[in-house]
Ligand binder design. Structure first.
Ligand code: KG4
Ligand code: ZN
Length: 400
């Protein structure tokens, strides 16, 4: 089955086409095409993602990205070596059947996007794709709507069924590209800019959230502490660099720089990161008092202490959940897993508890459409898929 997926939940516009085979227990995926535009440069100025700007950038970039993705797909897949000139009959059949009024209604609020899509559909052959998929939440609703409406318009134009996908299921499925997660129950630890969640998975498509942050997400805490240290957005990689320097130099953290480990001993599987951020704020204010600035050494020490504190909490909660739920495999997903220290500490937990651990490759740890296509493949088993389903953007969509 060939799946075309669309992701616009935050600040990445992404499209991908995958070939998926195998049953739900052992799915196999090949990426046939992929195109992605990151808006980091746009949002850097504001120190975070600006929803209205994100929406506009998605609407501007989505047709060009589809173009890139489809030309890669056509040149990759031999069965698709057909263009409108070589098969004008088929293309005319497709065009004749299109209900443009319906598409216009779907893209009612995006007249420019409608015009671009109309031109695109008229000039390009219908691709040999069996299923469309789009992220319907969680995320920024204005951004999600662009992807949803665009996907519904494509679904109508090409008469291809469409499935809404939960972005977090995408992060879970992100590990499946090169490896088969075979031993259930699985525990997923999802750590990103918007989420920190522990999900118990007895089998594919069955998700129970057993813990989550009660305030800030871990990536959000990284970004906020980075701002306190005058580092640029996104802050995760910046803090991580400083923390690595300090770790390599084997510095000892002075007592005055110690940060709390919120909820380390709480009986549940929830997390809290806003207390660490607030403690870091007071710490920075105190350290800045004499000179008005932090020294490079102080910044490195704070980065190291912050990273050590959040990692300790993650590892402790994960260990507790593995034992409580009789977990056999761990999946870790989300942008924060680009962090090599967190990765290696989680690997230690897995080794200690004798469970398998799966990470996505680097490109699939941040938001992308490949993971959405893989989640769609899992979802379509025993599900009726239809052309142009009603889909709502749900900013707070939960996995269970
Ligand atoms: O999953 P993602 O790309 O977007 C969301 O869905 O949120 O995650 C982005 C988050 C940002 O907060 C960023 O600072 C964090 O991931 N991040 C990192 C690292 N690279 C990205 N955090 C810690 N260490 C890193 N190396
Ligand atoms: Zn994400």
């Amino acid at each position: 089955m060939k799946i075309l997926a669309i992701e616009t939940s935050c600040d990445e516009t992404a499209l991908a086409i995958l070939d998926a085979t195998g049953d739900i227990e052992s799915p196999k995926f090949t990426v046939l095409a992929s195109a992605l535009n990151s808006q980091i440069e746009i949002h850097k100025e504001y120190g975070g993602v600006f929803p209205a700007m994100a929406k506009r950038a998605h609407a501007e970039n989505i047709v060009p990205l589809l173009e890139t993705c489809l030309s890669e797909f056509i040149s990759e897949s031999s069965s698709n070596k057909q263009d409108p000139e070589s098969n004008p009959g088929r293309q005319n059949d497709v065009l004749e059947k299109i209900n443009w009024d319906e598409i216009k209604t779907i893209l009612d609020r995006e007249p420019e996007l409608f015009a671009k899509l109309e031109t695109f559909i008229k000039n390009n052959p219908k691709p040999d794709v069996d299923l469309l998929a789009v992220t319907s939440g969680p995320g920024l609703e204005p951004a999600l709507w662009v992807g949803i409406n665009f996907a519904r318009a494509l679904s109508v134009a090409w008469s291809i069924p469409l499935l809404p996908i939960n972005h977090m299921e995408g992060h879970i499925a992100s590990v499946l590209l090169e490896q088969n997660v075979a031993v259930f129950p699985v525990l997923a630890l999802l750590i990103s800019g918007g989420h920190t969640e522990l999900i118990h998975i007895p089998e594919w498509k069955s998700y129970t959230k057993i813990g989550q942050t009660v305030d800030d997400a871990i990536g959000e805490a990284y970004d906020k502490v980075a701002r306190l240290l005058d580092l640029s957005y996104p802050g995760g990689p910046e803090i991580s660099k400083l923390a690595n320097n300090a770790r390599e130099a084997k510095i000892t953290i002075p007592d005055e720089i110690a940060l709390p480990r919120p909820m380390l001993h709480s009986k549940d599987f929830n997390f809290s990161f806003s207390g660490i951020k607030t403690a870091a704020l007071y710490l920075v204010q105190r350290l800045k008092e004499p000179t008005g600035e932090l020294s490079a050494a102080q910044k490195e020490a704070i980065a190291l202490e912050f990273e050590t504190a959040v990692t300790e909490v993650l590892c402790k909660k994960l260990t507790k959940a593995i034992i409580e739920y009789g977990t056999n495999s761990i999946i870790v997903g989300g942008g924060v897993i680009a962090n090599t220290y967190i990765r290696s500490e989680l690997q230690k937990v897995a080794a200690q508890e004798d469970v398998a651990i799966y990470f996505p490759n680097k490109e699939l740890s941040t938001d992308n459409a490949v993971m959405i296509a893989m989640a769609a493949y899992l979802q379509q088993f025993d599900t009726d898929v239809v052309v142009n389903p009603t889909i709502k953007a749900e900013g707070n969509l939960s996995l269970d």
